[in-house]
Design a protein. Structure first.
Length: 360
């Protein structure tokens, strides 16, 4: 369905719940018949509704129509699937995108195998490295049942033989990644960062070292994870300390932050689903101040976000974005904040309502 085929008036009536019961039922069937209409209705209801006890401050239909009519081409986050698959038209595109973005994956070739066979003392394969750029994500199967989902602007290094039965399972992370680990009592699974490390004890967890975290953040959804201070980094280092250096053992719902100075903050009973949303291809905000959302939006969509009025930075909004382009997402956020989004190339400026000088 093209944008110019969307009946925004009907979407508005559905979101507002206007009309007779029969009319509302017909609108519900019409919305649910098309995934794009469903997603737009959810977004409008989540972040574009009126404040409690007050009437709406904007005309959602006209505002969203203006967002859709902008000439800026859609910008979507790309997901790079690194699991080897038979090459198709789509996988050829993914492979070329990986190369263009600087995603480096060392893969042994037939020529390399023949050279190893010819040498009396074969050399160990060099470490592998995956780098995602802004606007990119990646998923990686390690070969032992463990799955890793990388967020944008993330670097991951690991030994080439990590999936082998007797290999050491250690990785080095800078950025953010979600780990669904196949537990092995004989082989620890350890994620190192510049601030500390996380060891799987039968787990699903997410680690982030983004700049706004100011250190290392670790959240646990399943199982248990031990958090420890940093040690010397580098693929190829053997073993790790597992004794008295353990700072804490996290259970499901626990979130820890380890600062650059080594201070540990630990909270229990948290709703951590939003922190795992990136692995599902979603960007989630829950009463998030704009200042905290901007770094996430810039990484997710590979854009630059500017704000015309500093007072907007403290304004909060909620919403979940999945298939929306940058144009759609930033347009909806601007509406929720009572302003509008103005684009120039890959830079968007959020303009406050009192500066607009036009009717909504």
């Amino acid at each position: 369905m093209d944008d110019d085929q969307i009946d925004w008036a009907r979407l508005d009536r559905f979101v507002r719940g206007t009309g007779t019961p029969a009319e509302r039922a017909e609108l519900a069937r019409w919305v649910n018949d098309d995934p794009k209409r469903r997603a737009l209705a959810d977004a409008m209801r989540t972040v574009g509704g009126p404040r409690p006890g007050r009437g709406p401050r904007f005309d959602a239909v006209r505002a969203l129509r203006r967002v859709q009519s902008q000439s800026t081409p859609p910008r979507r986050t790309r997901k790079l699937q690194l699991t080897p698959l038979p090459e198709t038209r789509r996988s050829r595109f993914v492979r070329r995108s990986m190369l263009a973005a600087g995603v480096a994956v060392a893969v042994g070739s037939a020529g390399a195998l023949s050279r190893i066979a010819a040498n009396a003392r074969p050399k160990a394969e060099p470490p592998r490295e995956i780098i995602t750029a802004a606007g990119q994500r990646a998923t990686l199967d390690l070969g032992d049942g463990t799955r890793v989902s990388l967020s944008p602007e993330t670097r991951l290094r690991y030994a080439a033989d990590i999936g082998h039965a007797r290999a050491i399972r250690e990785l080095w992370l800078d950025g953010e990644a979600t780990f669904t680990v196949h537990h092995d009592t004989a082989r620890a699974f350890v994620v190192h960062t510049p601030y500390g490390s996380a060891e799987d004890l039968g787990t699903e967890f997410v680690v982030s070292t983004y700049p706004e975290v100011s250190g290392m953040r670790l959240a646990v959804r399943k199982g248990r994870v031990a958090i420890r201070p940093a040690r010397d980094s580098g693929v190829g280092a053997q073993g790790h300390s597992r004794g008295s250096d353990t700072l804490a053992i996290l259970e499901p719902g626990d979130v820890a932050r380890l600062s650059g100075a080594g201070a540990l903050e630990l909270t229990h009973g948290r709703d951590v689903e939003g922190l795992f949303a990136g692995a599902r291809g979603a960007l989630v905000f829950a009463s998030t101040p704009l200042r905290d959302a901007i770094p996430q939006l810039e990484r997710w969509y590979a854009i630059q976000v500017r704000v015309s009025d500093r007072a907007m930075m403290a304004r909060r909004f909620s919403g979940t974005f999945r298939a929306e382009s940058a144009t759609e997402a930033l347009g909806i956020i601007a509406i929720a904040l009572g302003g509008k989004a103005e684009w120039r190339d890959n830079q968007v400026t959020l303009v406050a309502g009192h500066e607009r000088g036009d009717d909504q």
